[in-house]
Design a protein around this ligand. Sequence first.
Ligand SMILES: NC(=O)c1ccc[n+]([C@@H]2O[C@H](COP(=O)([O-])OP(=O)(O)OC[C@H]3O[C@@H](n4cnc5c(N)ncnc54)[C@H](OP(=O)(O)O)[C@@H]3O)[C@@H](O)[C@H]2O)c1
Length: 279
Amino acid sequence: MRITVFGATGLLGKTLMREWKDDEVTGLGSADGDIRDENKVEHLVQETRPDWVVLAAAYTDVDGCESNHDLAFDVNCRGAVNVARAARQQSARLLFLSTDYVFDGKKTAPYESGDARSPRTVYGQSKAEAETKVAEILPECCIVRTSWLFGAGGKCFPDTILKLAANRPTLEVVTDQRGSPSYSIDLARAMIQLCHQKAIGIVHVTNRGECSWYEFAREIIACAGLKTIVRETTSDKFVRPAERPKYSVLSPRSLQERGVAMPDWRDALKRYLSLRGSG
Ligand SMILES: NC(=O)c1ccc[n+]([C@@H]2O[C@H](COP(=O)([O-])OP(=O)(O)OC[C@H]3O[C@@H](n4cnc5c(N)ncnc54)[C@H](OP(=O)(O)O)[C@@H]3O)[C@@H](O)[C@H]2O)c1
């Protein structure tokens, strides 16, 4: 198959480019073409003649989106529409990356792929609107929602915790936000499987299991063999421009139905820290 990846220079995109071995993959970053430029996107898709377009490009600064509403919608929604139209014109399939932020975080049981969208942030709204529009343009597209992404090649929570732990004897981390971490390698492998099986519809892809950021931080410190003390705190002590969902665990059901299994997040974290330590 021929694959064209938009967002190949981001955390997930870099991993996808490393993991995708059996197909002919073209990776594009914003320097190759801005997804807001309809003609450029059309040209890039025509030129690369993909069977699948993977759209991992996005304006991902959740707090930045709050003060840059137009930019968020231009990139995350209009950009996605441009890519979907170009894929349709080329009769290519589309895998669009989305997020747990399309939900409001008020549930107390895992979000199913069919649950109603209810975003509470500009980032979440821009991605939720993109999901709807992309599916209107390409009803047979695959929308992969993920959460709490970590891995090599970008800013991520384990790196932040280890950096802070290097300089502080204690850290305070919130207990009142729960989700599922997703290791970029495991996510990329699941996405490749989904493309190979020509998956259609909304699929939730995260590592197995759930935790709070506090539990995630404790596991990072323990795995790294550090003595740093991690203390519990709550979100009201860390007010940020974009509200974080209190609970955004994505149910694995939609992925299991497609026969794809994900490792537990603790196992994924161990593999990431070991790779990080060795390299
Ligand atoms: N990070 C998370 O925790 C998380 C959670 C849930 C869902 N997601 C979704 O997963 C996907 C990948 O996230 P990520 O963390 O890997 O992203 P990232 O590291 O922030 O990378 C963003 C990518 O988008 C590209 N990009 C940004 N604006 C662009 C534009 N106007 N035109 C073309 N390309 C543009 C960047 O290109 P350059 O670097 O070349 O500028 C980069 O390749 C995104 O769709 C995101 O919404 C992420």
